[in-house]
Design a protein around this ligand. Structure first.
Ligand code: ATR
Length: 269
């Protein structure tokens, strides 16, 4: 049976095996999908071993996405630009290939809600690895502008420069972001520490769509704060998690599972 897995450290919390098992069941695909906890200094050798033993594909999660990027012998355009990959497979020459499905996961999740990026003014807060992976897929959707702001402004400046040839992308100081926006995305890891980025509530109007790339059962700190500021349409990153998995599943198996059913299953769990 074809073998797939997700590699990370730690990995016990990962929902990927459940998601892919649901996809496989629905699409009548014979496969196994397991979790691998690679040692922090042993990621590359663990990946090579997996493929040498006949493994078909890997998802990669924290903290190995950049290292996965470095070990790839071939990268998709979006993986190349993201500087990090979350999906690995072998091509017909046996080379390890990498792709990044996080950005398309976010875009597809928002599209499912009926949101259209074209002609919209978008703010993204944060400039770490997670944000870097979503910029090009968002710019591909032709928004009017994409503003990046970050606690450490220099990192936002550098992302804006890297992606400037792909669309109108600017960086602004967090204290003086020029709002309001049609879509505000929180791409920081602040929610993990129960913290809020120091952003003004002027970025919102009642019709602003708010999206936190993180998720939490009781809502992220950022989303709860946005609701208090009057934002009406608010989403967390659970849909993005399932959509990035669906894109990886498509890369490996060339068929597209129904994501909404699995999002509902995870929410109800
Ligand atoms: P990830 O892979 O989740 O993107 P990362 O590359 O470490 O992780 O990036 C974390 C992001 O969250 C950064 O943009 C970070 O801001 P800095 O670049 O200034 O460090 C942001 N972040 C983390 N905690 C934050 C907080 N309390 N307030 C604002 N931004 C925060």
């Amino acid at each position: 049976m074809d073998q797939y897995a997700v590699v990370g450290n730690p990995i016990s919390h990962s929902k990927s095996p459940l998601i892919h098992a649901e996809f496989a069941k629905e699409m009548h695909q014979e496969l196994t999908y397991s979790k691998i906890e690679a040692p922090l200094n042993g990621f590359t050798s663990r990946v090579r071993e997996f493929f040498e033993q006949g493994g078909k594909g890997l998802n990669v999660t924290v903290p190995f996405k950049e290292e996965a990027w470095s070990l790839c012998q071939s990268l998709s355009d979006r993986g190349q630009l993201a500087g990090a990959v979350n999906t690995l497979y072998l091509n017909s020459d046996g080379q390890i290939c990498g792709d990044n499905t996080d950005g398309v996961g976010l875009v597809n999740d928002l599209k499912q809600t009926g949101f259209s990026f074209a002609g919209k003014k978008i703010l993204i807060i944060g400039a770490g690895g997670a944000v870097r992976g979503v910029i090009q897929p968002i710019l591909n959707e032709m928004p009017t502008s994409l503003t990046i702001t970050n606690r450490t402004k220099a990192k936002a400046d550098s992302l804006a420069e890297v992606f400037s040839e792909h669309g109108l992308v600017v960086s602004e100081e967090m204290g003086c972001v020029n709002g309001p926006f049609d879509l505000v995305i929180n791409g920081t890891s602040a929610s993990l520490a129960g913290a809020l980025p120091a952003i003004s509530s002027d970025v919102f109007t009642p019709s602003t769509v708010v999206y936190d790339m993180m998720y939490a059962k009781e809502g992220t700190v950022f989303n709860r704060w946005a609701a208090q500021q009057g934002a009406a349409e608010i989403y967390d990153g659970l849909g993005m998690l399932v959509e990035q998995a669906a894109e990886a599943f498509y890369i490996w198996r060339r068929c597209r599972p129904n994501t909404q059913r699995v999002v509902k299953l995870l929410r109800d769990a």
